[in-house]
Ligand binder design. Structure first.
Ligand code: URA
Length: 238
């Protein structure tokens, strides 16, 4: 059991004081009963909480899938620039959320936002071989030689990259589906740049075997279900 005001404060990303005021004002219901007792406790596993009629999530950790738009940075603090955390809907915001991994400012697509540091570490650790797949639009065509080089693992400056998969999505070889297991700075752009090819557009479409939900417009997000979470860490590509 956990104190209701603490749960509300954490779930709504407000102070304990604000949470107590919401409770006193009768804005909080637990299992359809208005609770005005600021000392009340709730069962985190079972009780259903509503704030102002809207169901609130108060699980220990949350996992959010965002279709990242261009122009926002994947960081928690933007120092003047808008971040993926800034554009979360108000009712999804809570303390300690951060993006698990980086996408460049001009990259779009699947951004996972969580407050579970252990999970983020596991899915980003190259040793765990959790694939991340992107669609890249290129200024010049690639070819079978480049496919082989990517599959062997190329050298970038002082780094030897792990093997990456690349597949043409059009007959001109100008759109590529690229799967990597690492997340090095500007990795895909640098991989193509090695062959004097510029990436014009980049979108991440999956993490593990979980695809970006195509009903999410740019900037939209939704919670990831426990089954989907399992797929990211344990799903196997067929
Ligand atoms: N590779 C890049 O070059 N940019 C990204 O945003 C992600 C992977």
């Amino acid at each position: 059991m956990e104190r209701l005001d603490k749960v509300i404060a954490s779930a709504l990303n407000v102070s304990r004081n604000d949470a107590r005021n919401f409770i006193k004002k009768g804005l909080v219901t637990v299992n359809s009963q208005t609770v005005r007792d600021i000392g009340a406790k709730v069962d985190e596993e079972r009780d259903e909480l509503f704030y102002n009629g809207k169901k609130i999530s108060y699980s220990k950790f949350v996992y959010i899938m965002m279709n990242k738009p261009k122009g926002v940075i994947s960081a928690s603090e933007g120092r003047g620039e808008k971040t993926v955390i800034d554009i979360l809907p108000q009712d999804m915001k809570r303390k300690n959320l951060f993006p698990a991994g980086r996408l460049d400012k001009d990259t779009t697509g699947f951004m996972l936002i969580t407050d579970d540091g252990g999970f983020a570490h596991r899915i980003l650790n190259p040793k765990n071989h959790i694939p991340k797949t992107y669609i890249a639009l290129l200024d010049k065509p690639f070819n079978d030689e480049i496919i082989e080089e990517f599959e062997r693992g190329i050298e970038l400056k002082n780094d030897s990259l792990m093997p990456a998969k690349i597949k043409p999505l059009d007959s001109e070889y100008l759109t590529a589906r690229v799967t990597i297991n690492q997340g090095m700075y500007h990795q895909i752009k640098r991989m193509f740049a090695k062959f004097s090819i510029t990436v014009l557009e980049l979108k991440r479409i999956s993490m593990g075997v979980l695809n970006l939900d195509d009903s999410l417009g740019e900037g939209e997000c939704r919670y990831i279900t426990p089954n989907e979470l399992y797929l990211i860490e344990n799903g196997k590509l067929l």
